[in-house]
Design a protein around this ligand. Structure first.
Ligand code: GAR
Length: 437
Protein backbone atom coordinates (compact mmCIF):
# COMPACT_ATOMS: atom_id res chain seq x y z
CA UNK A 1 0.00 0.00 0.00
CA UNK A 2 1.41 3.39 -0.94
CA UNK A 3 1.19 6.34 1.44
CA UNK A 4 -0.69 9.27 -0.05
CA UNK A 5 -0.41 12.84 1.25
CA UNK A 6 -3.12 15.33 0.30
CA UNK A 7 -2.10 19.00 0.41
CA UNK A 8 -4.90 21.52 0.91
CA UNK A 9 -5.47 25.19 1.70
CA UNK A 10 -9.22 25.53 2.11
CA UNK A 11 -12.51 23.73 2.07
CA UNK A 12 -11.11 20.34 1.14
CA UNK A 13 -14.03 19.04 -0.92
CA UNK A 14 -11.54 17.32 -3.22
CA UNK A 15 -9.94 15.76 -0.16
CA UNK A 16 -13.44 14.60 0.81
CA UNK A 17 -13.88 13.03 -2.64
CA UNK A 18 -10.64 11.11 -2.07
CA UNK A 19 -11.66 10.00 1.42
CA UNK A 20 -15.01 8.81 0.01
CA UNK A 21 -13.25 6.95 -2.80
CA UNK A 22 -10.99 5.23 -0.28
CA UNK A 23 -13.95 4.28 1.92
CA UNK A 24 -15.86 2.81 -1.00
CA UNK A 25 -12.88 0.72 -2.11
CA UNK A 26 -11.96 2.78 -5.16
CA UNK A 27 -8.39 3.45 -4.02
CA UNK A 28 -6.81 0.04 -4.03
CA UNK A 29 -3.10 0.88 -4.35
CA UNK A 30 -2.80 3.66 -1.78
CA UNK A 31 -4.11 5.02 1.48
CA UNK A 32 -4.39 8.67 2.58
CA UNK A 33 -2.02 8.79 5.55
CA UNK A 34 -1.33 12.51 5.78
CA UNK A 35 -3.07 15.84 5.12
CA UNK A 36 -0.86 18.93 5.00
CA UNK A 37 -2.58 22.30 5.08
CA UNK A 38 -1.00 25.63 4.21
CA UNK A 39 -3.63 27.30 6.38
CA UNK A 40 -4.29 26.41 10.00
CA UNK A 41 -7.98 27.34 9.69
CA UNK A 42 -8.70 25.25 6.58
CA UNK A 43 -12.02 23.36 6.88
CA UNK A 44 -10.33 20.44 5.14
CA UNK A 45 -8.37 19.78 8.35
CA UNK A 46 -11.63 18.91 10.13
CA UNK A 47 -12.52 16.46 7.37
CA UNK A 48 -9.16 14.74 7.87
CA UNK A 49 -9.45 14.58 11.65
CA UNK A 50 -12.97 13.20 11.38
CA UNK A 51 -11.58 10.28 9.43
CA UNK A 52 -8.60 9.72 11.67
CA UNK A 53 -6.04 11.00 9.15
CA UNK A 54 -2.89 12.62 10.52
CA UNK A 55 -2.67 16.36 9.82
CA UNK A 56 0.15 18.86 9.64
CA UNK A 57 0.02 22.61 9.15
CA UNK A 58 2.84 24.41 7.33
CA UNK A 59 2.11 28.10 6.88
CA UNK A 60 4.12 30.31 4.56
CA UNK A 61 3.75 33.31 6.83
CA UNK A 62 5.66 31.55 9.64
CA UNK A 63 8.62 30.76 7.35
CA UNK A 64 11.47 33.17 6.67
CA UNK A 65 11.36 32.46 2.93
CA UNK A 66 10.03 30.12 0.23
CA UNK A 67 13.00 27.79 0.67
CA UNK A 68 12.23 27.22 4.32
CA UNK A 69 8.56 26.59 3.53
CA UNK A 70 9.55 24.09 0.87
CA UNK A 71 11.96 22.35 3.19
CA UNK A 72 9.33 22.06 5.92
CA UNK A 73 6.82 20.54 3.52
CA UNK A 74 9.49 18.13 2.28
CA UNK A 75 10.38 17.14 5.84
CA UNK A 76 6.74 16.35 6.64
CA UNK A 77 6.45 14.22 3.52
CA UNK A 78 9.67 12.33 4.18
CA UNK A 79 9.02 11.85 7.89
CA UNK A 80 5.71 10.23 7.01
CA UNK A 81 7.17 8.00 4.28
CA UNK A 82 4.91 9.52 1.67
CA UNK A 83 4.95 8.00 -1.81
CA UNK A 84 2.39 10.06 -3.70
CA UNK A 85 1.48 13.73 -3.19
CA UNK A 86 -1.90 15.13 -4.26
CA UNK A 87 -2.43 18.89 -4.44
CA UNK A 88 -6.15 19.40 -3.86
CA UNK A 89 -6.77 23.11 -3.74
CA UNK A 90 -3.27 23.75 -2.36
CA UNK A 91 -2.46 27.38 -3.14
CA UNK A 92 1.31 27.85 -2.50
CA UNK A 93 3.61 26.99 -5.40
CA UNK A 94 5.89 24.10 -4.44
CA UNK A 95 9.60 24.69 -4.89
CA UNK A 96 12.33 22.70 -6.52
CA UNK A 97 13.30 20.61 -3.48
CA UNK A 98 9.92 18.91 -3.21
CA UNK A 99 9.44 18.65 -6.95
CA UNK A 100 12.81 16.97 -7.49
CA UNK A 101 12.32 14.55 -4.67
CA UNK A 102 8.86 13.52 -5.86
CA UNK A 103 9.36 13.62 -9.60
CA UNK A 104 6.20 12.31 -11.36
CA UNK A 105 4.73 11.58 -7.95
CA UNK A 106 2.97 14.93 -7.35
CA UNK A 107 -0.35 15.58 -9.05
CA UNK A 108 -2.61 18.61 -9.02
CA UNK A 109 -6.29 19.17 -9.75
CA UNK A 110 -7.05 22.36 -11.66
CA UNK A 111 -10.59 23.64 -12.33
CA UNK A 112 -10.29 24.28 -16.08
CA UNK A 113 -9.34 22.47 -19.25
CA UNK A 114 -5.60 23.22 -19.33
CA UNK A 115 -4.12 25.08 -21.25
CA UNK A 116 -7.08 27.46 -20.79
CA UNK A 117 -7.34 29.61 -17.66
CA UNK A 118 -4.29 28.28 -15.87
CA UNK A 119 -0.89 29.40 -14.63
CA UNK A 120 0.03 32.05 -12.04
CA UNK A 121 -3.01 33.84 -10.59
CA UNK A 122 -5.57 31.30 -11.83
CA UNK A 123 -6.95 29.55 -8.79
CA UNK A 124 -10.33 28.84 -7.25
CA UNK A 125 -13.14 31.18 -8.33
CA UNK A 126 -10.78 33.33 -10.42
CA UNK A 127 -10.58 30.50 -12.94
CA UNK A 128 -14.35 30.42 -13.39
CA UNK A 129 -14.59 34.21 -13.52
CA UNK A 130 -12.08 34.17 -16.39
CA UNK A 131 -13.96 31.39 -18.19
CA UNK A 132 -17.26 33.29 -17.97
CA UNK A 133 -15.60 36.53 -19.05
CA UNK A 134 -14.20 34.83 -22.14
CA UNK A 135 -17.62 33.34 -22.88
CA UNK A 136 -16.45 29.74 -23.35
CA UNK A 137 -19.27 27.24 -23.74
CA UNK A 138 -17.29 24.33 -22.32
CA UNK A 139 -14.93 24.23 -19.38
CA UNK A 140 -13.94 21.41 -17.04
CA UNK A 141 -11.14 20.11 -14.85
CA UNK A 142 -7.64 18.73 -15.36
CA UNK A 143 -5.42 16.48 -13.30
CA UNK A 144 -1.75 16.86 -14.20
CA UNK A 145 1.73 16.10 -12.91
CA UNK A 146 3.40 18.99 -11.11
CA UNK A 147 6.66 20.39 -12.41
CA UNK A 148 8.50 23.64 -11.72
CA UNK A 149 6.08 25.75 -13.81
CA UNK A 150 2.53 26.28 -12.41
CA UNK A 151 -0.09 24.11 -14.21
CA UNK A 152 2.43 23.08 -16.87
CA UNK A 153 3.13 19.40 -16.14
CA UNK A 154 1.96 16.48 -18.25
CA UNK A 155 -1.82 16.05 -18.33
CA UNK A 156 -3.14 12.84 -16.78
CA UNK A 157 -6.93 13.22 -17.09
CA UNK A 158 -9.48 15.83 -18.17
CA UNK A 159 -13.25 16.07 -18.10
CA UNK A 160 -15.41 18.66 -19.84
CA UNK A 161 -18.40 20.41 -18.26
CA UNK A 162 -20.87 22.69 -20.09
CA UNK A 163 -21.19 26.35 -19.20
CA UNK A 164 -24.91 27.23 -18.91
CA UNK A 165 -26.73 30.49 -19.52
CA UNK A 166 -26.98 32.50 -16.33
CA UNK A 167 -23.97 30.79 -14.70
CA UNK A 168 -22.17 32.76 -12.03
CA UNK A 169 -18.60 31.90 -11.02
CA UNK A 170 -20.09 30.11 -8.01
CA UNK A 171 -22.60 27.97 -9.93
CA UNK A 172 -19.98 27.10 -12.51
CA UNK A 173 -17.45 26.19 -9.81
CA UNK A 174 -20.03 23.91 -8.18
CA UNK A 175 -20.84 22.14 -11.44
CA UNK A 176 -17.14 21.70 -12.34
CA UNK A 177 -16.44 20.24 -8.91
CA UNK A 178 -19.41 17.87 -8.85
CA UNK A 179 -19.25 16.71 -12.45
CA UNK A 180 -15.51 16.75 -13.05
CA UNK A 181 -13.11 17.33 -10.16
CA UNK A 182 -14.55 14.90 -7.64
CA UNK A 183 -14.73 12.22 -10.33
CA UNK A 184 -11.38 12.47 -12.09
CA UNK A 185 -9.23 13.21 -9.05
CA UNK A 186 -9.85 9.82 -7.35
CA UNK A 187 -9.51 8.04 -10.71
CA UNK A 188 -6.20 9.76 -11.43
CA UNK A 189 -4.86 9.00 -7.94
CA UNK A 190 -5.71 5.33 -8.39
CA UNK A 191 -4.02 5.31 -11.80
CA UNK A 192 -0.82 6.98 -10.58
CA UNK A 193 -0.62 4.76 -7.49
CA UNK A 194 -1.05 1.69 -9.66
CA UNK A 195 1.70 2.78 -12.04
CA UNK A 196 4.04 3.67 -9.22
CA UNK A 197 3.45 0.41 -7.33
CA UNK A 198 4.27 -1.56 -10.42
CA UNK A 199 7.49 0.33 -10.96
CA UNK A 200 8.74 -0.71 -7.55
CA UNK A 201 11.16 2.19 -7.73
CA UNK A 202 10.90 3.55 -4.26
CA UNK A 203 14.04 5.11 -2.92
CA UNK A 204 14.37 6.53 0.49
CA UNK A 205 16.45 9.65 0.77
CA UNK A 206 17.47 10.78 4.20
CA UNK A 207 19.01 13.93 5.59
CA UNK A 208 22.50 13.67 7.08
CA UNK A 209 21.22 14.42 10.62
CA UNK A 210 18.82 11.48 10.32
CA UNK A 211 21.74 9.20 9.52
CA UNK A 212 24.39 10.66 11.81
CA UNK A 213 22.39 11.27 14.96
CA UNK A 214 21.99 7.55 15.60
CA UNK A 215 25.66 6.74 15.08
CA UNK A 216 28.28 7.87 17.61
CA UNK A 217 31.20 6.73 15.48
CA UNK A 218 30.85 6.65 11.70
CA UNK A 219 34.60 7.49 11.66
CA UNK A 220 35.56 9.52 8.62
CA UNK A 221 32.93 10.49 6.06
CA UNK A 222 32.68 11.85 2.52
CA UNK A 223 29.61 13.42 0.90
CA UNK A 224 29.47 14.49 -2.75
CA UNK A 225 26.36 15.80 -4.47
CA UNK A 226 24.56 18.60 -6.25
CA UNK A 227 22.50 21.43 -4.74
CA UNK A 228 18.72 21.50 -5.37
CA UNK A 229 19.09 24.57 -7.61
CA UNK A 230 21.74 22.70 -9.70
CA UNK A 231 24.16 25.60 -9.29
CA UNK A 232 26.81 23.94 -7.12
CA UNK A 233 28.57 20.67 -6.63
CA UNK A 234 29.04 19.94 -2.94
CA UNK A 235 31.90 18.14 -1.22
CA UNK A 236 32.02 17.48 2.50
CA UNK A 237 34.61 15.59 4.50
CA UNK A 238 34.66 15.05 8.23
CA UNK A 239 37.04 13.30 10.60
CA UNK A 240 36.32 11.88 14.03
CA UNK A 241 38.68 10.21 16.48
CA UNK A 242 38.70 8.18 19.65
CA UNK A 243 42.39 8.30 20.63
CA UNK A 244 44.16 11.44 21.89
CA UNK A 245 46.53 11.17 18.92
CA UNK A 246 43.67 11.15 16.45
CA UNK A 247 41.66 13.85 18.18
CA UNK A 248 44.68 16.16 18.27
CA UNK A 249 44.11 17.38 14.72
CA UNK A 250 42.90 20.37 12.73
CA UNK A 251 42.16 20.95 9.03
CA UNK A 252 44.25 23.71 7.48
CA UNK A 253 43.97 25.14 3.98
CA UNK A 254 46.80 24.14 1.70
CA UNK A 255 46.72 25.63 -1.82
CA UNK A 256 43.28 24.82 -3.17
CA UNK A 257 42.99 21.81 -0.88
CA UNK A 258 43.46 21.04 2.79
CA UNK A 259 45.76 18.97 4.97
CA UNK A 260 45.53 17.67 8.50
CA UNK A 261 47.91 19.07 11.09
CA UNK A 262 48.64 18.34 14.76
CA UNK A 263 46.82 20.87 16.91
CA UNK A 264 49.37 20.47 19.69
CA UNK A 265 52.59 19.04 18.13
CA UNK A 266 53.83 17.88 21.55
CA UNK A 267 50.89 15.47 21.78
CA UNK A 268 51.47 13.84 18.39
CA UNK A 269 52.70 10.29 19.01
CA UNK A 270 52.36 8.73 15.55
CA UNK A 271 51.70 10.83 12.42
CA UNK A 272 51.28 7.87 10.06
CA UNK A 273 47.72 7.47 8.77
CA UNK A 274 46.48 10.64 10.43
CA UNK A 275 48.54 13.38 8.78
CA UNK A 276 47.71 13.67 5.08
CA UNK A 277 45.97 15.84 2.46
CA UNK A 278 42.27 14.97 2.46
CA UNK A 279 41.41 17.36 -0.38
CA UNK A 280 43.36 18.26 -3.49
CA UNK A 281 42.31 20.05 -6.67
CA UNK A 282 43.56 19.23 -10.16
CA UNK A 283 41.92 21.36 -12.87
CA UNK A 284 38.23 20.41 -12.98
CA UNK A 285 38.80 17.55 -10.54
CA UNK A 286 38.46 17.69 -6.79
CA UNK A 287 39.80 14.67 -4.94
CA UNK A 288 38.77 13.87 -1.38
CA UNK A 289 39.93 10.88 0.65
CA UNK A 290 40.66 9.73 4.18
CA UNK A 291 44.38 9.07 3.62
CA UNK A 292 47.43 9.48 1.44
CA UNK A 293 45.56 7.85 -1.46
CA UNK A 294 44.62 11.47 -2.33
CA UNK A 295 48.18 11.74 -3.67
CA UNK A 296 47.92 8.45 -5.57
CA UNK A 297 44.71 9.57 -7.27
CA UNK A 298 46.20 13.00 -8.02
CA UNK A 299 49.28 11.44 -9.63
CA UNK A 300 47.30 8.94 -11.70
CA UNK A 301 44.84 11.50 -13.01
CA UNK A 302 47.66 13.91 -13.74
CA UNK A 303 49.21 11.12 -15.83
CA UNK A 304 45.95 10.62 -17.79
CA UNK A 305 44.91 7.50 -15.87
CA UNK A 306 41.76 6.86 -13.87
CA UNK A 307 40.46 6.96 -10.32
CA UNK A 308 39.94 3.20 -10.42
CA UNK A 309 43.47 2.53 -11.76
CA UNK A 310 44.90 4.61 -8.93
CA UNK A 311 42.94 2.86 -6.21
CA UNK A 312 43.64 -0.58 -7.62
CA UNK A 313 47.20 -0.01 -6.41
CA UNK A 314 46.04 0.68 -2.84
CA UNK A 315 44.37 -1.24 -0.03
CA UNK A 316 42.72 -0.64 3.34
CA UNK A 317 44.83 0.80 6.18
CA UNK A 318 47.21 -1.55 8.04
CA UNK A 319 45.83 -0.58 11.47
CA UNK A 320 45.13 -4.10 12.68
CA UNK A 321 42.65 -5.13 14.08
CA UNK A 322 40.40 -2.39 12.63
CA UNK A 323 41.79 -2.41 9.10
CA UNK A 324 40.18 0.97 8.50
CA UNK A 325 38.69 1.21 5.01
CA UNK A 326 40.12 3.73 2.59
CA UNK A 327 37.26 5.86 1.31
CA UNK A 328 37.74 8.17 -1.66
CA UNK A 329 35.74 10.51 -3.84
CA UNK A 330 36.36 12.29 -7.12
CA UNK A 331 34.29 15.14 -8.50
CA UNK A 332 34.56 16.15 -12.14
CA UNK A 333 33.07 19.63 -12.16
CA UNK A 334 33.07 20.02 -15.93
CA UNK A 335 31.31 16.73 -16.61
CA UNK A 336 29.07 17.20 -13.55
CA UNK A 337 29.59 13.69 -12.25
CA UNK A 338 31.34 12.04 -9.37
CA UNK A 339 32.73 8.77 -8.12
CA UNK A 340 33.10 7.19 -4.71
CA UNK A 341 35.11 4.19 -3.60
CA UNK A 342 35.79 2.07 -0.58
CA UNK A 343 38.65 -0.39 -0.17
CA UNK A 344 38.03 -2.65 2.76
CA UNK A 345 39.24 -5.82 4.33
CA UNK A 346 37.39 -9.02 3.57
CA UNK A 347 35.97 -9.95 6.95
CA UNK A 348 39.06 -8.80 8.86
CA UNK A 349 41.48 -10.71 6.67
CA UNK A 350 44.82 -8.79 6.45
CA UNK A 351 45.53 -9.89 2.86
CA UNK A 352 42.18 -9.88 1.08
CA UNK A 353 40.95 -6.50 -0.21
CA UNK A 354 37.42 -5.83 -1.35
CA UNK A 355 37.31 -2.93 -3.83
CA UNK A 356 34.09 -1.09 -4.54
CA UNK A 357 33.63 1.71 -7.05
CA UNK A 358 30.48 3.76 -7.43
CA UNK A 359 29.92 5.99 -10.40
CA UNK A 360 27.31 8.76 -10.35
CA UNK A 361 26.39 10.02 -13.78
CA UNK A 362 23.74 12.73 -14.30
CA UNK A 363 23.34 13.12 -10.54
CA UNK A 364 19.97 14.46 -9.42
CA UNK A 365 19.68 18.00 -8.07
CA UNK A 366 19.31 18.07 -4.29
CA UNK A 367 20.87 14.68 -3.86
CA UNK A 368 24.28 13.51 -2.74
CA UNK A 369 25.94 10.29 -1.64
CA UNK A 370 27.54 9.60 1.69
CA UNK A 371 30.14 6.99 2.51
CA UNK A 372 31.93 6.57 5.83
CA UNK A 373 34.56 4.28 7.24
CA UNK A 374 32.82 2.49 10.11
CA UNK A 375 29.36 1.03 10.30
CA UNK A 376 29.32 2.07 13.98
CA UNK A 377 31.52 2.11 17.10
CA UNK A 378 32.96 -1.25 18.15
CA UNK A 379 36.06 -3.26 18.83
CA UNK A 380 37.36 -4.01 16.30
CA UNK A 381 35.59 -1.26 14.39
CA UNK A 382 33.20 -2.78 11.81
CA UNK A 383 33.73 -1.46 8.26
CA UNK A 384 31.02 0.45 6.39
CA UNK A 385 28.65 -1.88 4.56
CA UNK A 386 26.60 -1.48 1.41
CA UNK A 387 26.16 1.27 -1.15
CA UNK A 388 26.90 4.93 -0.35
CA UNK A 389 23.74 6.38 1.16
CA UNK A 390 21.62 8.83 -0.84
CA UNK A 391 21.29 12.05 1.17
CA UNK A 392 19.59 15.41 0.77
CA UNK A 393 21.77 18.43 0.05
CA UNK A 394 20.90 22.01 0.99
CA UNK A 395 21.28 25.06 -1.27
CA UNK A 396 22.96 26.95 1.56
CA UNK A 397 26.52 26.01 2.53
CA UNK A 398 26.11 27.27 6.10
CA UNK A 399 22.90 25.35 6.68
CA UNK A 400 24.50 22.20 5.27
CA UNK A 401 27.71 22.67 7.30
CA UNK A 402 25.77 23.14 10.55
CA UNK A 403 23.55 20.20 9.75
CA UNK A 404 26.59 17.92 9.59
CA UNK A 405 28.65 19.40 12.40
CA UNK A 406 25.74 19.49 14.86
CA UNK A 407 24.86 15.87 14.11
CA UNK A 408 28.32 14.42 14.74
CA UNK A 409 28.94 12.96 18.19
CA UNK A 410 30.27 15.74 20.40
CA UNK A 411 33.13 13.74 21.98
CA UNK A 412 34.34 12.09 18.80
CA UNK A 413 34.09 14.83 16.18
CA UNK A 414 37.35 16.53 15.19
CA UNK A 415 37.08 18.54 11.94
CA UNK A 416 34.74 19.25 9.06
CA UNK A 417 35.41 20.60 5.58
CA UNK A 418 32.58 21.69 3.25
CA UNK A 419 33.01 23.16 -0.21
CA UNK A 420 30.38 24.44 -2.68
CA UNK A 421 31.78 24.62 -6.22
CA UNK A 422 29.95 26.69 -8.82
CA UNK A 423 29.31 24.23 -11.64
CA UNK A 424 29.60 26.85 -14.38
CA UNK A 425 32.50 29.01 -13.23
CA UNK A 426 34.42 26.63 -10.97
CA UNK A 427 34.59 29.29 -8.25
CA UNK A 428 34.13 27.85 -4.82
CA UNK A 429 33.42 28.73 -1.22
CA UNK A 430 34.77 26.69 1.68
CA UNK A 431 33.84 26.22 5.31
CA UNK A 432 36.17 24.57 7.81
CA UNK A 433 35.26 23.79 11.40
CA UNK A 434 37.87 22.49 13.84
CA UNK A 435 36.88 21.40 17.31
CA UNK A 436 40.39 22.28 18.45
CA UNK A 437 40.16 25.79 17.04
C1 GAR B 1 -10.79 23.29 -6.42
O1 GAR B 1 -11.70 23.78 -7.35
C2 GAR B 1 -9.46 23.03 -7.08
O2 GAR B 1 -9.59 22.52 -8.38
C3 GAR B 1 -8.89 24.41 -7.08
O3 GAR B 1 -9.18 24.91 -5.82
C4 GAR B 1 -10.41 24.37 -5.38
C5 GAR B 1 -10.22 23.77 -3.99
O4 GAR B 1 -11.41 23.29 -3.47
N1 GAR B 1 -7.48 24.41 -7.36
C6 GAR B 1 -6.86 25.37 -8.02
O5 GAR B 1 -7.43 26.37 -8.42
C7 GAR B 1 -5.37 25.15 -8.24
N2 GAR B 1 -4.85 26.11 -9.15
P1 GAR B 1 -11.44 22.28 -2.25
O6 GAR B 1 -10.55 22.86 -1.17
O7 GAR B 1 -12.89 22.26 -1.82
O8 GAR B 1 -10.97 20.96 -2.75
Amino acid sequence: MLNIAVLISGNGTNLQALIDAEKSGKLTFGKITLVVSSNKDACGLTRALKHGIKTEVVEKKTCVNDDEFDKLVLTKLLENNIDIVVLAGFLPILGQQVINQFERRIINIHPSLIPSFCGPGFYGLKVHQAALKKGVKITGATVHFVNEIPDDGEIIMQKAVPVLDGDTPETLQKRVMEEAEWKILPEAVELICKEYSQKDNRIEIKTLPEILKNNSYPGRGIVIGITPDSKHAVIAYFIMGRSINSRNRVFVEDGEGIRTEAHDPSKMTDPSLIIYSPVQVLGDYTIVTNGDQTDTIYDYINAGKTFEQALNTRSFEPDEPNFTPRISGLLNRNERNYKLSILKSNNGNPKSTLRFYFNYQNPLPGQGHFIHTYKKDGSPLPSFEGEPIAVLIDNDIDVFTCEIWDSLDFENKVSLFVRYINLSSGEYITRIINKNA
